[in-house]
Write a protein that binds this ligand. Sequence first.
Ligand SMILES: Cc1ncc(C[n+]2csc(CCOP(=O)(O)OP(=O)(O)O)c2C)c(N)n1
Ligand SMILES: [Mg+2]
Length: 572
Amino acid sequence: MKRRMALGDFLVAYLSKIGVRHVFGIPGDLALKLFFALGRQQTLEVLTFSHEPGVGFAADGYARATNKIGVICVTYGAGGHNMVNPVAGSFSERVPLLIFSGGPGEEERKLGTLIHHQAREVESQHRIYEEVTCASHVLVDPRTAAHELHAVVRAVWAEQRPGYIEIHRDMVDREIDVPEELIEWDGRLHFQESDARKVEEAARETVAMFNASRKPVLIAGIEIHRYKVAHELVELAEKMGAPVMATVLGKGAFPMDHPLYMGVHIGPISPPPIVARMDQADFVLNLGCLRTDMNFGNRPPSIILDKTVWAVDRRVDVKYHTYTEVGVRDFVRAMLKHELRKHRETVVYASNLNGGGAAAGASATAPVKVSELLSVVNDFLAENKRYLVVAESGDMLFGGLDLRVPHQGNYLAQGFYASMGFAVPAAIGAQVGCGLRPLVLCGDGAFQMTGPEISHAPKLGANPIVLVVNNGGWGIFRPVAERREMLEIPPWPYARLAQDWGGVGFEANNAAELRSALRAAHQSKTFAVIDVHVGRDDLSPVSVKYIKAAAKRSQAPAAERKAVQHGLSRPT
Ligand SMILES: Cc1ncc(C[n+]2csc(CCOP(=O)(O)OP(=O)(O)O)c2C)c(N)n1
Ligand SMILES: [Mg+2]
C-alpha cells in the first residue's frame, strides 16, 4: 500500500490486507474496469458463475464456511439488482459480504440521458442496497475513498452483515489518497466492544440462576457461529453438564456428535423427547438465538420468562430486565470464568427418524421414502468423515434437521430467510473456501433455479455430491394445494445433465440404489448428481408435523392468542 495509488490497485491491496483471497463475480461494461482491476495482480482469485444469484449464494456459502468476508463484484443495474435476493438473505442471517458494484461514470451521467441498466435514477441501486446492508457508500471522492471503504468493511465485520460499495467506472484508475494509518494498520478487524461492567454483571446473574437450577438447558443459535465462540460454547456446556439443543438456523453451532447434544429445537414440533425435556426445564440459556418463527415452529416461544436468559443482538435479557452492549462472545467468555455447578445429565440425541440405521436404509421398495433417504444419508455421514452438508429450502430445509453430521463436518442452510437456489452455489463457494466436500440435499424445484451452477464446479476445483430429491414439483405445498397441477415442474434428466456438465450422474429408485449411488459418488473425483425418486406426496417428518401444526393453528387461533395475553408465551 502506498500513500497514493489507483483506486483499483488500492482495493486489491486492502482486500489482501484483510485476508481476502477470493472474489465472486460476473462482469458487465459498467464494472469491467473494476472486475479486471481485482483480477490483475492475481493476488485475488476471481470466481465466476452463470447468474448473479449463483454468485451471491456462493459468496455467502464461502463466508459461512470460512468465517471470512465473502467479496462480490457485479455490474450496475441488471447485475446489481439480480444480486439483491442473496444479499437480503445474508443480511437477515448475519453473513458478512462486501458487494462491489460498478456504475456509470461522470461523463455519461453528464449526457443527461438515461443510462443503460438504469432503473429509476442512477442512485436507485444504492438506495435499494441501503435496505439490505449495514453500511454502504458510493466512492466518488479520491481524498476520502480509502477511508470510506474501510468504514464499510469495519461495519461489515462488526455487525456480521453485508456492506455495499459502488464504484463508477471512471473512478477505478483515479489516484486516491491512502491515509497513513491504513498503511500502518495490521489488517485485523474487530467485533463491536461490549461494556465490560455490564458483561460481568449479566454473567454473574446468569451463573447464579444456572447454579440454582435443577434442569437447565442450553440452546445454541446462529450468533455462536458468527461471533466465533463455538469452542467456548463447548467448554461452557461441558462445565455445565446440561443438554444442548440447536435452533433451526443455529444447527451446527454445537457439534452434533457431542454427548451433550440433544438435537434441534423447533418449538412444539421438536422431536417428542426434546419437547418433554423443554417442559421440564427450570432454566433455559439461549445463546445467540434469533427470535424467529422458524425457531419456534411458527408459534410464540412458550418459554416462561422467569426461567430464561436470552443473549442475542448485543443484549442479554435476564427474566424481565436487559443488559445492553453485551455481545454473546464476551458473555460466554465471562460465564466461563465463574464457578459453575456441574449437572451430570445423561443426554440422549433425539431426531424424528425411527431408529434410522442400516436395516431401514437398505430397502428395495420404490419409491424411496423421504425418511428412509435421510436415514441412508445419516449412515453415509457416519461412515465417511468430514462432509459439509448443505440443505436447500423446500422440504429439505426440514428434512435436513434430522441429519446428524459427525466428525467435525459442517452444516449450512438458509434456515430462516429460506431462499430457494441457495444450496448448490453456496456449497461450491463453501468448498472453495474451506476444502470440505459438500453433500447437498436439494429439491427438484430448487435445483431448477440454480442447480446448473454445478457446471462451474470442475473449473473451481469443487466436487459436491448433490441429491436431487425428485418429487416432480414444489412438493412441500401439495398438502395444501387446491389445484395440484399448479405445482408441477418439467422433468429434467438430472443424472444425464450432470454427465454432460463434466460430473457423474446416478438415478436412485429405492434406498438400496441410493446407498450404492452415494458410495460411487464418494469414490468419484468429480461432482455428482443423484436423482432420487421419492413419492410425490411424501415429505420429511418435520414438514409433516409443520403442516399439521399449521392446519391445527388455523382452526384454533383464539386459544393461542389467549395464552400470549396471559404471559404464558413470549411474543416475538
Ligand atoms: C426464491 C424462492 N422462491 C419461492 C420460494 C417459495 N418456496 C418455498 S419451498 C418451494 C417449493 C420447493 O420445491 P422443491 O425445491 O422441489 O422442494 P420440495 O418441497 O418439492 O422437496 C417454493 C416455491 C422460496 N422459498 N424461494
Ligand atoms: Mg420437489
